[in-house]
Structures are given as structure tokens and as C-alpha cells.
Write a protein that binds this ligand. Sequence first.
Ligand code: EPU
Length: 417
Amino acid sequence: MEKLKITGGRRLAGRVKIGGSKNAALPALAASLLTGEKVELDNLPRVRDVRTMLRVLEQLGARVEAGEHGSAAVQADGFASFEAPYDLVKTMRASVLVLGPLLARHGRARVSLPGGCAIGERPINLHLDGLERMGAEIKLEHGYVEARADRLRGATVAFPSKTVGATENLMMAATLARGTTVLQNAAKEPEVVYLAELLGAMGASIEGAGTDEIVVEGRDTLGGASHRVIPDRIEAGTYLVAGAIVGDGIELEDARLDQMEAIIDQLRRVGVVVEPTEAGLRVARPEQLTSQDLRTAPHPGFPTDMQAQYMALMTQATGTAVIAETIFEHRFMHVGELLRMGADVRIDGHTAVVVGPARLTGAQVMATDLRASACLVLAALVADGVTVIDRVYHLDRGYEPMERKLRELGASVERIR
Ligand code: EPU
């Protein structure tokens, strides 16, 4: 199994290019199933989850052509199957995003239930309830969702709580439904807005993406489109934290201030200097980092996907920070590993109390999920001595090779077996 070996204590400087957003790319690829015409996506991140989604599409019968610089063209003009099998879904839950498009275009889909994962139970009941309201017949059998519908019909779906994935799945399904669909209490993440833009370019009629209520007028067919994936605000946020703890001036090329307000506001409260530049954003380590409490929340709040990295920052700040995780029930898996590196963190239910600054020391640690891995990389950059992070495949699911990007900034990082 591959590991990352990081020798801490180096100051980082220079420029890093932020890749396309994983969580925008995955639904965008699923959306390509809504048409028989070609959907071309540019700026796809070079991460494992994107490769997995392309495999899901291929095994459904779509033709995938990989282009240069992370572009891919998908054409779903013939279907080999209507099934997203367990083997693929278990490695990537976002495979359930093919459910809405398959059902809307073909009237049937068979998708493995994803089951729980390291960060929480993560059921898909809200996806299924919404599709049922749109007329789908849904059965759960043998660990699979079997869904059928002659043609989905528009409906009003009021989500009882915010959900990014169900908002995206239903928005895609609604584009080909008969009549009008209203999604109330919809998720407002930039990735939802991006998906609506792509669907619009494919000929869908969608209003209100980015607000609590999205209205979709169903169409008989959608067409192809060519679209550029937005930059990854979580990758950018992760490098902002690197810049805050060990940076001598790092420029994040392509990072977009307008999609990262909650992250940047929080970092500025801590004392981190973040400034827009022509190419993106620039971050520098301040004289002193001051601990600040944090509560994760759906957009426009502080994203749960940055909570672990923020905790790495708080180990280096002066004072006590109370970090509340409100989205996923088990998203403190990084804490045990941070303790092994010398951090002072106490968990109390859904909150973690971090006392800093702590002198971190290199250790052998284990990555448990994507963002927990990023937290450990950040901690290792500031720790004394050598840290070896095992199970780095978690990191590769959602980050373009970090050893390459960090080395370009001057870090001592290598991938070992
Ligand atoms: N939930 C339900 N039932 C549902 C759907 C969600 O109870 O049917 C619950 C979840 O268990 C969770 C909360 O609602 O407690 C929010 O889940 P949401 O549906 O918003 O999450 P998701 O769509 O499964 C996406 C991202 C996650 C990110 C969350 C929250 C993708 C592919 N994944 O997941 O990204 O944490 O939104 O912003 O977009 C990551 O990139 O590391 C990652 C986990």
C-alpha cells in the first residue's frame, strides 16, 4: 500500500495550480447520461473518484474519450446496462448520482445501496423519497435500489434537511420529467449551481439554483454541451491552510474568492492573510494565529469538507478552539492520529476542543478518509521530523497528487510503498 513520507519544518513558497472540483465533476459526468449527444467536460481533476465515475459510465455503455489537460467527452448513445454495481458503488458513493439520470431517460435503474462509510451512515432515503414523489416505483432488494417509471412527472419536493446529493439527483431527474418540479429547501453549494449551469447548456430549464428553491421545467430531450468544471474550493482551502501554517507566500492559481467566502472569512479571523490576485489567491503565514471556534454548516456556511484541515490549523493557533461538526456523525477520525503527533484535542460528542499551539512531532499515522488524510498531510508539514501517512489511497480519491504540488512549493514529500 502506498504511503506519503513527509519531513516537516520546511517553509513553502511559490505557485500551485488548483484543479477542477471533484464534487462538481462527479454530478456533471452523471448528467452526461441525460442525452445521447456528446458532453465535453474540461478541467476534470486528475483524481481517482473521477476515474471511477468514468468507469461507471462506461459500464453502463457510454463511450468515453479522454482528451488533453483533464478533458473528457462522454456520449451515452447506447446503453449496455442500467446497473451501477456494488463493486463500483462501494468504492465511491457518488455513483448513486446516476440513479436520477438513468431513471429519467430510460425509465429504469438498478443501483447498489452504498452502505455506511468512515464519516457516517449517509443514507440515500431523501434521494429515493423525492424520486417516488416524481412517480418512480422503488424497491430495495438484495442490497440494490430497483427503480422504474414510465415517465417521471414533475412534483414539489420539500427536503426535510439540506442534502447536496439528493438536490443534484432530483434536479437531473426533473430535467426530463413531464411538467414542473419544485425543489424546496434545496442545497445551495456552488457545485449545485454549476450543475444547473451545465444542465442549462444542455437545454434544460432551471431557475433558482443557489437559492432555497429550484424550479425545473421538464423537457422531452436534452442535447450535448461543452463545459469547464469550476475550481475545487476544498483543494484550494487545503492549500490555504498549508500557506497559513508553513507558507512564505503561496499563490493559488485558479482559486475563486466568490466560492470560498466562509472558508476565507474564518481563516482571516484566525489572522491568516488571504488576498485576491490576478491569477487567484495569495496566502501568507501571519506572526500569530489566533484560535477561533468553528461550526460546520451547509453552504453558505463553513463546509464540513474543510473541518479536518481547519483542525490541523488550530493545533498551531494560540488559544482554545471548539470545533462543532454538524453534517456527518463520525467526521473526527483524524483526531486520534493528531493526538499521536502531539496535538491537544478532546472530543465531546459532535465537538472537538483543540488547545494550541502544540509542538507536533512526526509519527506513523493512518489515513481514514479523504479529508482526514489532508489534515494529516498538513500536520506533517509543520511537525518536527518524519511523518509516514499510510493508506494514502484515501487522499488520491479527491486530491490531485499532493506530493507533486507540495514539492513544487518546496516541501519534502515522497510517495513510498
Ligand atoms: N442525508 C440523509 N439522507 C439522504 C441524503 C443525505 O440523511 O438521502 C444526510 C447525510 O447522511 C448527511 C447530510 O444529509 O448527514 C448531508 O449529506 P449530503 O447529501 O449533503 O452529502 P452528499 O451529497 O452525500 C456531498 C459531497 C461530500 C460533502 C457533502 C456535504 C459529493 C460527491 N460529496 O456528499 O463530499 O461532504 O456533500 O457538503 O459531492 C468529500 O468531498 O470529502 C465529501 C465527503
